[in-house]
Design a protein around this ligand. Structure first.
Ligand code: SAM
Length: 514
């Protein structure tokens, strides 16, 4: 009979992350778990455990993961002390796992972030210094064995068998796919980032219930599951205690927050609770969906001083027929109406959006309508992507008939229009004083600058005040600069910066108050 090992020999790990903020937030948690187990962060070449946290939203990040897997296969053929784990959007159903494990038999673990608590037991079984000497059958747990972290029953992972390095059949955790309407998967709440940067992420609703025809996310991230308010408030307070000043609440459709919880607390209600946390200065949220954001929600968010005036609300296309083919669930008029309500109810709100160009059958005229919409709405920021076929989605059955060169032309056309609009929108900020949360230093052209964001999410750069970088500051030391020098600016400081110059992408200025 095998026994569970409580002290797991330490090794080195490397987490490779691509994709969105959600993936980065997930990687931070996994990192904390491994750090707490005494594992040491190392380069990919030196690591004993390499975790690839993958993204499937477009083909390019998936190809990067395939390249990494090919290199790791080579590395594994030479090393017996290397374990490979895969997480993120490339894992979806059992079918995708089966396909991946057939193609890459050297993957030792397929893991969803909800299953992070399986890592200690996985390592206890598979990490070479102890494997074989006392292997752990993870189906067997002695009755008095303390169950690590989240109760296993709540997580309900499904299991599959695999062969370990000793040729022994072992049981490995596989992906969980919650059934329709069933909340089985919970975020590993007891594992939170050990350190918090001034701007930290707080995933509030996992998964996505939309069925946009181009998008792989719902198939890979499962149905929407909101995290309870009290759990989020506790975690947020803890992140603030570790140095976070700004929290970005994450969800694929963040206004869907709470729809699956008892009493249906909505996003604005959650924000009201979070606003009470001392030391938390700013709250942001993304990604918004026009149909879930109602007037009452906007009014209540706008009334909370800590909630920043910025909404990322993807439109994806500026043509009704395209929106219908994308199955976005709204018409252009409904989208326009939401934008005008946002602007009416939330003075000074800045808007960003996502656009896909070259979707199946997108005609020149339909594309022109998207450019027209950009001129009409005048977003502050536009994230534009060329349509990328995602196998398994509805649109993958349709012809990807816009040639790559044409997709690129349309992408550049969007960028060009948007660069002009953003430049124009930023000019009135010259001369204004903006509250900036300092994020990090930025060394360009041999000059140290600070980088941060104003409340409307615009990037702001300002030079190191005189004195702080040595006796001879670049500028004459004003009273504020002398104070800044005496107090030394730190990431996480809220400072006031007078804007002196504005481009399409950022604002440059000078610190006027600390
Ligand atoms: N849930 C959000 C929404 O669509 O409103 C964002 C989800 S997705 C992770 C982020 C962005 O990736 C989308 O807004 C979309 O512009 C882009 N995207 C998703 N699927 C794509 C595809 N197949 N090809 C190109 N871009 C895609």
């Amino acid at each position: 009979m095998t026994t569970a090992t409580t002290s797991i020999a330490r090794g080195k790990y490397h987490i490779w992350t691509v994709g969105c903020q959600m993936n980065q937030a997930d990687s931070q948690r996994i990192q904390t778990l491994l750090d707490e187990m005494g594992w040491e962060e190392a380069s990919m070449e030196q690591a004993n455990l390499v975790i690839l946290n993958t993204c499937s939203v477009r083909k390019a990040p998936e190809e990067k993961a395939h390249n990494q897997l090919a290199q790791l296969k080579h590395a594994k053929s030479k090393r017996s002390d290397l374990l490979v784990a895969l997480m993120g959007c490339m894992i979806g159903s059992q079918k995708t796992i089966d396909e991946l494990s057939k193609r890459y038999p050297h993957i030792d673990l397929f893991m969803k972030v909800e299953q992070a608590d399986i890592l200690p037991r996985f390592l206890a079984e598979r990490w070479p210094p102890i494997a074989g000497a006392g292997c752990l059958d993870i189906e067997f747990m002695p009755p008095d064995e303390p169950i690590p972290l989240e109760p296993i029953e709540r997580i309900l992972p499904t299991f599959a068998t695999s062969t370990n390095t000793n040729g022994k059949r072992t049981v490995l955790p596989m992906a969980i796919t919650p059934k329709m309407g069933e909340r089985t998967a919970h975020y590993p709440t007891r594992i939170e980032p050990a350190k918090a940067s001034p701007g930290a992420w707080l995933p509030v609703v996992l998964g996505c219930n939309k069925v946009c025809t181009y998008c792989i996310v719902p198939y890979r991230r499962g149905r929407e599951r909101s995290r309870p308010v009290d759990e989020l408030v506790t975690e947020a307070a803890s992140l603030v205690g570790k140095g976070a000043k700004e929290l970005t609440l994450l969800g694929q459709t963040v206004e869907a927050y709470g729809l699956d919880l008892p009493g249906k607390p909505d996003l604005a209600e959650l924000m009201a609770h979070l606003s009470e946390i001392d030391g938390l200065e700013r709250i942001r949220f993304m990604t918004s969906y026009p149909r879930h954001m109602n007037d009452s929600m906007i009014e209540r968010m706008a009334a909370l001083p800590k909630v920043c005036e910025h909404v990322n609300i993807p439109v994806q296309a500026g043509d009704d027929e395209l929106l219908r083919r994308m199955k976005r669930g709204y018409t252009l008029d409904e989208y326009r109406d939401r934008i005008s309500r946002l602007r009416a109810l939330w003075p000074g709100v800045s808007l960003s959006t996502d656009i896909i160009v070259g979707f199946c059958g997108e005609s020149e005229q339909e594309f022109q309508h998207t450019l027209d919409l950009l001129e009409e709405i005048r977003f502050d920021v536009v994230h534009v992507a060329a349509y990328s076929v995602r196998p398994g989605t509805v649109a993958a059955r349709w012809e990807d008939d816009v040639p790559l060169a044409e997709k690129k032309r349309r992408l550049h056309a969007v960028e060009e229009v948007q660069a002009r609009i953003a430049f124009e929108l930023n000019q009135p900020l010259v001369g204004k004083v903006e509250e900036v949360l300092v994020e990090e230093t930025n060394d360009t052209h041999g000059r140290q600058q600070w980088k941060g964001r104003n409340r409307t999410n615009k990037l702001v750069f300002f030079p190191q005040p005189a004195g702080q970088e040595g006796e001879t500051g670049e500028y004459g030391a004003t009273a504020v600069e002398a104070k800044a020098a005496a107090r030394c600016i730190q990431p996480g400081d809220l400072v006031e910066v007078q804007v002196e110059r504005a481009t399409a992408w950022s604002l440059q200025g000078c610190i006027v108050a600390l």
